[in-house]
Design a protein around this ligand. Structure first.
Ligand SMILES: *[C@@H]1O[C@H](CO)[C@@H](O)[C@H](O)[C@H]1NC(C)=O
Ligand SMILES: *[C@@H]1O[C@H](CO)[C@@H](O)[C@H](O)[C@H]1NC(C)=O
Ligand SMILES: *[C@@H]1O[C@H](CO)[C@@H](O)[C@H](O)[C@H]1NC(C)=O
Ligand SMILES: *[C@@H]1O[C@H](CO)[C@@H](O)[C@H](O)[C@H]1NC(C)=O
Ligand SMILES: *[C@@H]1O[C@H](CO)[C@@H](O)[C@H](O)[C@H]1NC(C)=O
Length: 374
């Protein structure tokens, strides 16, 4: 059998039209040279095919009929948060101390002295006297209204102490039309605590949607002519605790779909002092990807579509992914969730909110970490 095959192959070789095959079979002196040439040509061809295939796999080229035309009116306005730098309103702290004094019988001015301790929950700084932290926390927990689901409700207490939006903003003008500020802004949690937030469509549990978003089918407000103007009221005599040594407000500008948090990258901030008019200009850069790219694995395309990966905030975004990681590391280190992330955190029933007793841990682990990220 073997013999027949080789004989046949030999016969075929003789009649093959290609000159070189005949040389391979019949040639004597040049035979080895031809072998060499043949093998190198084959090797080169295989290498080229392999090279082209791998290059294509690494950097696939896609041709689509979609145009690069992207009208500005399709861009959403950013989310805008107005955060009072005064974290504790004196008026409200007094009302709160009064309430506690009546129900517990402790001297009101003693309580008032300690209420500012709660401000440290915003910046995780430590007060001079650490002993009072534990003492005051134990005292606060004796008041039943402060407790929610068996543990201290830091969020509720701090909200009670902040200046609400209807006392913070007036004279709102959007796209050249006057609006009642309550229809544009809602009180919402951000990295700065409670702020008045416009065009934030990622609210989870805390706030209701303001009228403007409801009228817009719960979609972000698009860019229009004239932008947004508003006047911020700042009550200087109401100052009790600030996280910065200045008076005024902080404006946070973020994507309307992302939790407003600076450390995660997608946010810029601006301090607006008292008595000044400030113009904030922003430029938008948008990157869109056609769905065909989804056919390639994530490692290859180096980007993730919103619905491919879930973070604790829902659909993926780069900023939310980093926030997700940050909250998980706070839980791992201090076994509590900072109040401003508590309501966006879906498994919040498993953990408690951070209280004054957690400040020492938060200060040593988290403060440093967050400032590195910033
Ligand atoms: C400003 O703050 C002071 C002290 O808390 C308070 O008595 C006053 O009513 C506040 N003014 C306004 C306009 O809210
Ligand atoms: C509360 O304390 C202040 C000063 O610390 C004192 O002047 C006042 O008399 C006290 N009030 C009561 C009811 O003890
Ligand atoms: C408040 O702080 C003072 C010290 O500044 C302390 O003597 C007092 O007991 C504290 N009051 C409460 C209710 O914890
Ligand atoms: C704005 O709206 C709120 C509630 O929606 C209302 O209480 C308030 O009176 C309104 N303000 C003005 C100036 O119309
Ligand atoms: C997540 O993405 C899916 C698919 O694009 C979409 O249907 C869904 O509404 C998104 N969910 C949220 C909360 O944005």
């Amino acid at each position: 059998m073997q013999e027949i095959l080789t004989r046949n192959a030999g016969a075929q070789m003789k009649h093959v039209g290609l000159l070189s095959y005949q040389w391979l079979h019949n040639g004597k002196r040049n035979r080895y040279i031809w072998y060499l040439i043949y093998t190198s040509i084959w090797a080169f061809t295989i290498y080229m095919i392999y090279f082209i295939c791998t290059t294509f796999m690494e950097n696939p080229t896609y041709t689509t009929l979609e145009s690069f035309h992207y009208p500005v009116r399709e861009l959403a306005m950013p989310g805008i948060s107005v955060c009072n730098l005064n974290k504790i309103s004196k008026k409200r702290a007094e009302a709160y101390a009064e309430k506690l004094a009546i129900s517990t019988g402790i001297n009101k001015s003693d309580i008032m002295n300690n209420v500012t301790l709660l401000g440290h929950l915003y910046d995780f700084s430590l007060p001079a006297d650490l002993g009072t932290l534990e003492h005051f926390q134990v005292f606060l927990e004796t008041y039943p209204d402060n407790i929610q689901g068996g543990s201290f409700d830091t969020q509720k207490v701090l909200k009670e102490l902040t200046t609400p939006c209807h006392e913070t903003l007036t004279d709102c003008v959007l796209h050249g039309a006057f609006w009642n500020c309550s229809d544009l802004f809602v009180t919402e949690l951000t990295m700065e605590g409670f702020c008045c937030v416009f065009n934030y469509i990622a609210q989870r549990k805390t706030a209701e949607f303001p009228r403007i978003l409801k009228e817009n089918d719960n979609n972000a407000v698009k860019i229009g002519n004239g932008g947004l103007n508003f006047k911020i009221l700042f009550n200087v005599t109401d100052m009790t605790y600030t996280t910065m040594s200045t008076l005024g407000s902080k404006i946070l500008i973020s994507l309307s779909t992302d939790y407003p948090d600076k450390a995660s990258g997608g946010l810029s901030e601006e301090i607006v002092n008292i008595g000044v008019e400030s113009f904030i200009r922003y430029d938008a850069v948008t990157t869109t990807t056609t769905p065909e790219v989804k056919n390639y694995p994530i490692e290859k395309r180096k980007c993730i579509f919103r619905d491919e990966v879930q973070t604790i905030f829902g659909n993926y975004s780069f900023s939310d992914c980093i926030m997700d990681c940050k909250i998980k590391s706070v839980i791992a280190l201090c076994q509590c969730v900072p109040f401003n992330y508590f309501s966006v955190f879906p498994r919040s029933e498993l953990y408690d909110q951070c209280t004054l007793t957690d400040l020492v841990c938060l200060n040593s682990h988290i403060r440093l970490k967050m400032s590195i990220l910033v």
